[in-house]
Design a protein around this ligand. Structure first.
Ligand SMILES: C[S@@+](CC[C@H](N)C(=O)[O-])C[C@H]1O[C@@H](n2cnc3c(N)ncnc32)[C@H](O)[C@@H]1O
Length: 280
């Protein structure tokens, strides 16, 4: 893997504008931000520093210039290009019955040869294989390919690309991975190449329909996207969603039923839930 360069955006703002700054940065499509307040070295009382990372691109530069204009004079907005040295631990994390997540520099002796390796350097996007929702989704995919499963799969909120790569490994003939976070898209493209997986990576939801739509999303975007996800399920196809606490499961069920889906399966793991539904 070549060493990636990223654009590091730093916004220094009055502490009472933290929420507005974080919201503005998130609107740029960034999913992860670091917020440093006055308890952090070098941040004076009454100020807050928000740091985010984007792939260097003309789009990122334009978005940063727009942010500068919108936030006003008492907010200092700077950026610089940084080199990220990959730091993923050389670990091997078994996931599901058939896979093991390995970091690029993992000694093969650490890995279980009976499992299929997923080479992921996961510290820039969500999806290192440890979170219960990712595990639930990988297990759901494995259940569907025993031995033959859905031909086409759309993975919404792909993060590192882990679910899309698993679907391709299990035999899906067409896999599309989508995310809105530029870093997730960038990480997924690298991982798709590193794993030689047949996956298309896109930043907007495709218009096509798929035999399986799988979406492990944060709760708010998940609820908001259920109609759009349902609209992409082919006749005879299925929607699998995760990313919600089990206490919130009824709200996800209600959202599914409201768009004509029939919920057929509910799984849980460590307080997190997964639902599978089919068109009614
Ligand atoms: C919980 S992570 C899941 C990552 C991976 N699929 C997994 O199972 O480990 C959620 C992902 O959804 C993405 N996301 C959030 N809102 C989204 C939206 N409205 N549309 C598409 N992706 C979104 C985030 O950028 C993040 O990568």
């Amino acid at each position: 893997m070549s060493i990636p360069r990223l654009r590091e955006l730093t916004v220094d703002a009055p502490a009472d504008r933290e929420e507005a700054v974080v919201a503005a940065v998130y609107r740029m499509g960034v999913q992860g931000v670091e917020v440093r307040d006055a308890s952090t070295a070098n941040v004076p009382a009454g100020r807050v520093v928000v740091v985010a990372w984007l792939p260097p691109s003309p789009v990122a530069s334009r978005a940063i210039r727009g942010l500068r204009r919108r936030l006003g004079a008492d907010v200092r907005c700077t950026w610089r290009d940084v080199v990220i040295t990959w730091e993923a631990e050389p670990a091997a994390t078994p996931i599901g019955a058939r896979f093991v997540v390995v970091a690029p520099r993992t000694d093969p002796a650490l890995s279980d040869p009976a499992r299929l390796p997923l080479v992921l350097d996961a510290h820039l996007a969500f999806g290192d294989g440890l979170h219960p929702t990712t595990v639930l989704c990988v297990e759901a995919l494995e259940r569907r390919y025993a031995p033959v499963g859905p031909a086409s799969v759309l993975d919404v909120g792909t993060g590192t690309g882990i679910l899309a790569i698993v679907a391709a490994r299990l035999g899906a003939t067409r896999v599309v991975a989508q995310d809105i976070d530029p870093l997730a898209l960038w990480a997924t493209r690298r991982h798709v190449a590193d794993n030689a997986a047949g996956v298309d990576v896109v930043d907007t939801l495709p218009d096509a329909r798929f035999d399986l739509v799988i979406a492990n999303l944060y709760f708010a975007p998940l609820l908001a996207l259920i109609p759009a996800l349902a609209a992409r399920v082919a006749t005879g196809g299925e929607l699998v969603v995760s990313g919600f606490n089990v206490e919130a499961r009824d709200r996800v069920v209600t959202a599914c039923v409201a768009v004509g889906l029939i919920v057929r399966e509910a799984e849980e793991r460590d307080g997190w839930g997964l639902l599978a539904a089919v068109p009614g």
